[in-house]
Design a binder for this molecule. Structure first.
Ligand code: ADP
Length: 496
């Protein structure tokens, strides 16, 4: 307690008065002392005698300068704190609203992206549909042309005409293969081509391919060696065959006469490697990354009559990715190349592979002599082509474009040996319906459905009516061997 401060008596008076009336007083006063401001808390306590009468007062002064300073500092700090909290809250609100904006923008971008993706996917599907439709329409007349051509070459009397038809067949074959390849690429890109995996011995597949390519190699005077091992794998043999065909035919195409090609299988712990080595022209290191691009052709090839389309490797790469295998390339320009595929080994009993070729019955020049064959197609050029082809094999050929025509032909004949029916006819009619109608009259009839479709619905329909399916582009040799085989094994019964 400091010495009592001199206080302005006018200020004290009301407190003093109330204290003397018996009420306890507490108040604060500020005093300037030698230029220093002090603050005091004053306490006036009434002093009463035994009767309760106020005799005087106790006065108590306490210097509260420090306490008040601290209190004010605390208040100030509180205010600053509040201001800072408000400030931060505002800033936070700002960030939050920015974040909300950002989220909105992101959501909008996501919507735009998924729209773009959907549009791209739709475009891809339309592209595939367009390509499939265009290819189908293009393959149809080409198919007819091939049939005319085969028939023509079988009737060719001079070497010159044989030579011309041979060239014609080659050109038509290239066009067909280009269109089929484009169709295959679009199917692969659209994910429409499904792999059909099975357990098989790779040696069998490599063996079949080697047999085929040895003939070409011999013809080109290229040494062709194979090193085969038995190795069970689980993958799609048809698609793998396609890749190996491309790689081996490239090895032969880009290797000069006198060179060598080796197809070797090598066993590793968990995988088997198929290696295709050639001593050909090789590939420049700068070109290696682009050889898998579509229509990328770096060289004409040694055999100029065997020009490639520049699609073989791009299709191979797509298939390899689909089969989840690995394809690697090493090459030294002027020395040769190595293409290697690594395939995981599998356990189990391998299923024997079917030979991809059906051999034509070459021994018989008129294998279908006197057979009655009905061809049903909505394309008149196909009908004419088939008439020429089957006629050349000795058959009596009848044609029809609709169900009514087909039934009319059937009723005019004593018996029918076979019906070759296109799957998609005019006005949404299906060939399978015609087959069913023909078989109602003649249950034993050999029915062959010709189609470019490969879907399950077609397969089920064909199965229901007991038709054998042949795929477009129709290979005359396959048709001939099927007809000769079926018609000889099960001689047709004359109709009752
Ligand atoms: P192409 O039909 O032209 O052979 P591919 O897609 O199969 O098309 O190959 C693309 C290009 O890669 C070829 O044009 C060729 O330049 C090069 N190439 C592919 N295989 C070999 C090889 N074994 N040796 C040298 N060059 C090759």
């Amino acid at each position: 307690m400091k010495s009592s401060p001199t206080l302005n008596s006018r200020l004290r008076e009301p407190y003093l008065k109330r204290a003397l009336e018996g009420r306890r007083q507490r108040f604060e006063v500020a005093v300037d002392r030698v230029g220093e401001r002090h603050e005091y808390e004053a306490l006036y306590v009434p002093h009463r005698d035994e009767s309760g009468t106020v005799q005087g007062i106790f006065v108590l002064y306490q210097d509260v300068t420090e306490r008040n300073l601290a209190k004010r500092a605390l208040e100030e700090a509180n205010e600053t704190l509040e201001a800072r909290v408000t400030e931060r809250t505002l800033a936070l609100q700002e960030v939050n609203s920015q974040l909300a904006d950002e989220n909105l923008r992101r959501a909008a971008t996501e919507v735009a992206l998924s729209d773009a993706k959907r549009i791209a996917e739709q475009a891809n599907v339309s592209k595939t549909r367009f390509l499939a439709a265009a290819s189908h329409d293009l393959l149809q007349p080409l198919n007819a042309a091939r049939l005319f051509c085969t028939s023509l070459s079988e009737r060719a009397e001079t070497a010159e005409i044989r030579e011309l038809t041979h060239h014609l067949e080659g050109a038509l074959g290239s066009a067909e293969s280009l269109i089929s390849t484009l169709l295959e690429i679009s199917k692969l890109d659209a994910g429409a081509l499904k792999k059909e995996e099975m357990l098989f011995d790779l040696r069998e597949l490599v063996g079949q391919l080697s047999e085929e390519f040895r003939i070409i190699a011999d013809d080109r005077q290229i040494g062709f060696t194979t090193r085969m091992r038995s190795a069970v794998v689980q993958t799609d043999p048809k698609l793998l065959r396609r890749v190996l065909q491309n790689l081996i035919s490239n090895a032969l195409r880009y290797t000069d006469r006198g060179g060598r090609v080796l197809v070797a299988m090598r066993m590793r712990d968990t995988e088997v490697l198929i290696e295709i080595w050639d001593t050909g022209i090789g590939i420049h290191p700068d070109d290696l990354p682009v050889i898998f691009d579509e229509f990328k052709r770096l060289s004409e090839g040694i055999q100029t009559d065997q020009k490639g389309l520049g699609l073989g490797l791009s299709i191979s790469k797509r298939i390899i990715d689909l089969l989840r295998l690995q394809l690697t390339v090493r090459s030294i320009p002027g020395r040769g190349s190595l293409f290697r595929i690594a395939i995981p080994r599998a356990l189990g009993t391998p299923i024997p592979l079917r030979s991809p070729h059906t051999r034509a019955d070459a021994g018989l020049s008129k294998p279908l002599q006197d057979r009655q064959i009905l061809v049903i197609d909505n394309d008149s050029s196909i009908l004419q082509g088939m008439q020429a082809l089957l006629g050349g094999w000795g058959a009596s050929v009848h044609v029809a474009a609709t169900l009514a025509d087909a039934l009319a032909v059937q009723t005019t004949l004593d018996r029918l040996d076979a019906a070759l029916v296109d799957y998609h006819l005019d006005h949404g009619e299906y060939g399978t319906r015609i087959i069913a109608a023909l078989r109602e009259q003649q249950p034993e009839l050999l029915a062959i459905l010709i189609t470019a479709d490969r879907d399950d619905e077609m397969k089920q329909r064909a199965q229901r009516v007991g038709a054998t399916v042949l795929h477009k582009p129709l290979k005359p040799a396959a048709l001939r061997s099927l007809l000769t085989l079926k018609l000889r094994v099960k001689p047709p019964q004359p109709a009752a």
